[in-house]
Ligand binder design. Sequence first.
Ligand code: SF4
Length: 72
Amino acid sequence: MTKPGLVLHIDPIACEGHGLCAELFPERITLDDWGYPIADATPIPRGLERHARRAASECPRCALRLVRSQVE
Ligand code: SF4
């Protein structure tokens, strides 16, 4: 059985493309040509969870969340 891992989820309606998340978590978030984030959908390694949580908590639109995934 696989262990749950955290993955990034971006709400495209709430996101306004500030790009702050890509600055705070460049290991997993890049920006498209319009400045909107593209998140790596694979589970976040434990060593990067703190960065991921910080990026999510700093999002001014609460558009970035960490959700549990069964895929690891
Ligand atoms: S910080 Fe939030 S609002 Fe800004 S680009 Fe990232 S997800 Fe979107």
